[in-house]
Design a protein around this ligand. Structure first.
Ligand code: FAD
Length: 437
């Protein structure tokens, strides 16, 4: 089956809308032959293309995206750049090596981003001083203890906070406890990916609004586009939850749709009611809890819904109705700001697997793929993307071994059971969320 451009919708809601409008400046007509083509210009595809360009300076690397850079999940996330993953539940000593492996990948991605943001002078509100994990409800307060046991066992820099410390930092009495973890960062995600795209090496050719409609593999790899075709020696798929549309990872990767809202920019007086920290991020210690930020430009940003909607963005009407859920969560945390309106709402789709694993490696002759980070892909996607370029170019490294060691994905049932199972799996994340939502 051949797709059409309509299979790649987008909308005007998101972090991109806080930035100046972006225009696509290139297109492809006729037949183009290249040694390397990367499909998907999110964090994975951008990191992979940059690295391929460094490894193959005499080759042109073609990078295609169905939409404008910033319209995919990489420009729609909450901007938490994870250095240390939270593995819920009682600390399992026998999993220590696996936890360390995942954190090596996270921290590789974090340091690649830190270095690129600084070298390219990307204005994306980058803060590399870590972020907070919060506990509003009894289940999360228990989880805080588990998390601290894990951080101690892994010798990870952190500080534990009680309710008073949380209140004096953030101006809310909701959180009973919290933890600040140092390795980590916060970013304006759309500004980050735009900056990375605009700073690509000169031998990367980025073409936006250019969906790949069909992939034919064999002795040569042929990609069908709306007005042309690409014949490539090597293909990298960095299309996240949309990989199954082109026949990859079918029944192993699905999309979960999340949504959140931003307030308008707060006044000096409103900001003063929010405690001592000037910008911050709090991830809930409950998997279904809200993620909350005070951005560097003075907005509160809150995301607290997740649902299965066939891996599609929410319609404007659905987004409006989700705003009631964002609103009650916001007012519960900040009654002193109940008069402050939301200015934007947005949704985005994250790629999730049945058992929470990620995908990295070869999918066929000269075809490589990385993706599906289960809501934690800012640093990990960057590391996977860069490392996939090394792997596809015949390299060997500890990071390649780490990425290849991701667990095998469980199979998901065919439709319509898939839709029912996905709905249950995603709604299960809110079980016991209580005040954390
Ligand atoms: C609301 C939300 C909040 C999140 N919060 C966080 C967070 O705080 N921290 C964190 O670490 N992670 C978070 N995530 C997850 C994170 O955003 C993703 O894991 C990460 O962005 C994945 O990057 P990617 O490059 O693999 O995929 P994407 O950013 O989705 O990029 C894939 C690109 O491929 C393109 N594409 C797809 N199919 C085709 C095709 N056929 N032809 C051409 N192009 C194609 C798409 O247009 C897209 O731009 C969040 C996700 C969402 C949705």
């Amino acid at each position: 089956m051949t797709l059409s451009s309509r299979d790649f919708p987008t909308d005007q809601h998101g972090w991109s809308e806080l930035l100046p409008a972006r225009q696509a400046c290139r297109s492809i007509k006729g037949t183009v032959r290249v040694p390397w083509v990367v499909v998907g210009a999110g964090l994975t595809g951008l990191a992979c293309s940059r690295r391929l360009a460094e490894l193959h300076p005499n080759n042109e690397i073609l990078l295609l995206d169905a939409r404008l850079v910033g319209q995919g999940a990489s420009g729609r996330n909450s901007g938490f750049t994870v250095g240390v993953s939270h593995f819920p539940g009682v600390f399992k000593a026998h999993e220590k090596a696996n936890f360390a492996r995942v954190n090596r990948i996270n921290q590789a991605g974090l340091s690649i981003l830190d270095q690129q943001i600084n070298t390219l002078a990307i204005d994306c509100h980058w803060d590399s001083s870590g972020f907070h994990h919060g506990a509003a409800d009894i289940a999360s307060v228990k989880e805080q203890k588990n998390f601290i046991d894990y951080l101690n066992a892994m010798e990870i820099e952190h500080s534990s906070l009680d309710q008073q410390a949380m209140q004096s930092r953030f101006g809310t009495t909701l959180y009973q406890a919290g933890v600040h973890v140092r390795p980590g960062g916060l970013v304006q995600p759309a500004a980050l990916v735009r900056g990375l795209a605009d700073g690509l090496p000169s031998n990367v050719k980025l073409v936006e609004n250019c969906p790949v409609l069909k992939v034919q593999s064999g002795d040569s790899i042929k990609l069908q586009l709306a007005k042309g075709e690409v014949i490539a020696d090597n293909l990298v798929m960095a299309t996240n939850y949309e990989a199954p549309k082109l026949g990859f990872l079918r029944r192993r990767l699905i999309g979960s749709t999340l949504s959140g809202s931003f307030t308008r920019v707060l006044t000096e007086q409103e900001l003063a009611s929010l405690g001592s920290h000037k910008s911050w991020g709090i991830i809930s210690l409950h998997g279904g809890g809200a993620t909350l930020r005070l951005t560097q430009d003075g907005r509160i940003c809150l995301r607290n819904t997740a649902e299965y909607s066939g891996a599609e963005l929410l319609s404007s009407a659905a987004l409006k109705s989700r705003q009631a859920i964002h609103r009650s969560s916001f007012e519960k945390r900040f009654p002193q700001l109940a008069h402050v309106p939301f200015e934007h709402a947005w949704s985005g789709v994250e790629g999730i697997s049945g058992n929470g694993t990620n995908f990295f490696g070869q999918q066929g002759k000269n075809i490589y793929l990385a993706g599906g980070y289960n809501g934690s892909g800012v640093s990990r996607g960057t590391a996977f993307g860069q490392t996939l370029a090394d792997y596809a170019s015949g390299g060997q490294s500890e990071l390649i071994t780490d990425c290849l060691s991701s667990a095998t994905a469980t199979w998901l049932p065919p439709r319509p059971f898939l839709d029912i199972g996905a709905m249950f799996k995603i709604s299960a994340r809110f079980r016991g969320v209580g005040l954390d939502r």
